[in-house]
Design a protein around this ligand. Structure first.
Ligand SMILES: [Fe+2]
Length: 194
């Protein structure tokens, strides 16, 4: 049985970038729905004994969609914190790797945002690590996650409309550019170093 992850901050702690109302729906309704659906789908199947990432790698159809969305949202919600407390930039090996590949953190952010803006329809933009530590930005449609391509997921922006429509309506680009204020690079760095 999977359960809804707890948010590591108060519901109003990410405002105005993500409002309490958006979190009520996005975490409390959408993610809860994926958890409930997956639990029904895996009941009395071999998937019941698997880790979430294994299910994402091995399933298809509705089971993949619900499991993928749980994995995506778990990584998404836990990468944020209140703007006044998050680390605004990586510091160690990850910082050097970004500098090697993009020159500056701002150049990386610009490419990441632009891949989020240009993703057609619902999906996710991801920063992931390859086995040799090099970084890659991918666009994943629907419920997909970079683990399906053997990558280690580090950072993601949710570009499904349910992630921003209450706060930003159709202004996806403005929403994505505001998200940097609440990304905690300590979390991203610990995923990279893990
Ligand atoms: Fe979402």
């Amino acid at each position: 049985m999977f359960t809804l992850i707890e948010l590591p901050y108060a519901k109003d702690a990410l405002a105005p970038v993500i409002s309490a109302q958006t979190l009520e729906f996005h975490h409390g309704k959408h993610l809860q729905g994926y958890v409930d659906n997956l639990n029904k789908l895996i009941a009395d199947t071999p998937f019941e004994e698997m880790w979430l990432e294994e299910i994402v790698r091995q399933s298809t159809g509705g089971m993949f969609n619900n499991a993928g969305q749980i994995l995506n949202h778990n990584l998404y919600f836990t990468q944020f914190g209140p703007a006044e407390t998050v680390a605004k930039a990586p510091t160690s090996v990850l910082a050097e790797q970004i500098q090697t590949q993009w020159g500056t953190l701002d150049a990386f952010k610009a490419e990441f945002e632009s891949k989020g803006v240009s993703l057609f329809g619902s999906g996710w933009v991801w920063l992931s690590a390859q086995e040799d530590g090099t970084l890659v930005i991918t666009q994943e449609s629907g419920a997909s996650n970079p683990v399906t391509e053997g990558l280690k997921p580090l950072l993601t922006f949710d570009v499904w409309e349910h992630a921003y429509y209450l706060d930003y309506q159709n202004r996806r680009a403005a929403h994505l550019s505001a998200l940097w204020q609440i990304v905690d690079w300590r979390v991203i760095e610990s995923r990279y170093n893990d």
